[in-house]
Write a new protein. Structure first.
Length: 363
């Protein structure tokens, strides 16, 4: 069976409808760019890359967006989170890559921001990572400044490439090939008509724990002869970066509440957040941009009233978008041969489809 997104297999987690693209770019202005590095074999096999997310079509340093970050489990090497926690803003593209390239991507984002903002003397770039060292020559640190710039400059609205692309090139998930996945949800007009989009770099999980739309298919794939688990990837560890975007007018405090719900979407896929799994959430709103320079002493900020169904629906949307984004990463990723001949097989979609057809009988 050809690689396809979860919905093409009849998988539609939750109750809220997706946006037209079922991607983080359904949030107007959000753009995503990838640079994929896939070359060589043996001990020097390169299976990595960088993914850039821009919160709007303008200059993020000059027009900052409200934001929040949340740590589900802190086994990771994020950059820029402390200032986001302090000021509640993001002022750069968001960079995602592998563990050993976090500093290199930060360097690239700083240089890009300085180039486009001659007045800048300080910038807080935001970078997250997952470890792709099983498939990638991670010690070689193959991501360079030019790759970061290419990813930022390539960032575009519209459909988002998934699976073995960008930061997801060398990732694995639930004992299968992982990578980049995205999804979105739309609220009804009575709930504000807002959109919530999620994007993940999925690199976590133990195969037998995998749940697809509530069905425990992983226990039936634990010893699947078509792709036995590779040695060393049989425990619940790894990492996931989760990015949540919305056009709802939320304060940084409210965005933190939304970010925490992303962890519930992660849990719905079956993981318990293993000891060595770095699980992080970055959430931002495209409303209420903050200009770099203003002569005003005060400003008016629109914020969602925390009564009624709108906020609850945003919480639900974040949960569902992250859950489906993870499933899309699994469904779109392809079998990969990487460093030292290591193989990580793609999730067998035919087998999953059969198990889902039986529904709760899988229990």
């Amino acid at each position: 069976m050809n690689r396809t997104r979860a919905r093409q297999l009849g998988i539609s987690p939750g109750r809220l409808p997706p946006g037209p693209l079922n991607a983080i770019t359904d949030v107007a202005g959000v753009r995503v760019g990838h640079v994929t590095l896939n070359e060589g074999d043996g001990s020097r096999a390169v299976r990595t890359g960088v993914t850039a997310i821009l919160p709007h079509e303008g200059n993020p340093y000059r027009q900052k967006v409200m934001a929040a970050v949340h740590t589900v489990n802190g086994y990771g090497k994020a950059i820029g989170f402390e200032q986001v926690r302090e000021l509640g803003q993001i002022e750069s593209p968001i960079g995602l890559t592998n563990t050993a390239s976090v500093g290199l991507v930060a360097d690239g984002l700083i240089a890009w921001t300085m180039k486009h903002n001659p007045q800048a003397r300080s910038v807080n770039v935001v970078v997250g990572e997952c470890n792709d060292g099983y498939l990638n020559d991670i010690r070689g640190q193959h991501v360079r400044r030019e790759h970061v710039w290419q990813a930022v400059e390539a960032a575009a609205p519209g459909p988002v490439a998934e699976g073995n692309v960008g930061a997801g090139t060398g990732m694995r998930c639930f004992g299968f090939k992982g990578g980049v996945g995205t999804a979105s949800r739309r609220l009804e007009g009575g709930q504000g008509g807002f959109t919530v989009g999620g994007l993940v770099v999925a690199n976590f999980g133990q195969r037998e724990l995998l749940r697809v739309d509530g069905v425990p298919v992983g226990r039936h794939l634990a010893d699947w002869t078509g792709a036995p688990p590779e040695p060393g990837i049989s425990v619940d560890e790894g990492s996931i970066m989760m990015v949540v975007a919305t056009d709802a007018p939320l304060t940084s405090r409210q965005l933190l509440r939304v970010a925490k719900r992303a962890g519930l979407g992660l849990a719905r896929t079956g993981t318990a957040g293993g000891h060595q799994s770095g699980d992080f959430v970055i959430a931002f709103s495209t409303a209420n941009r903050t200009p770099l320079v203003t002569r005003r002493l005060t400003r008016h900020v629109e914020a969602l009233v925390e009564t009624g169904e709108a906020l609850n629906s945003l919480f639900q949307a974040a949960v569902e978008a992250i859950e489906e984004a993870i499933l899309n990463a699994l469904c779109m990723a392809e079998t990969t041969i990487g460093r030292d001949g290591h193989v990580v097989h793609a999730l067998p979609l035919e087998v999953v489809a059969r198990k889902l057809a039986r529904g709760q009988h899988c229990e």
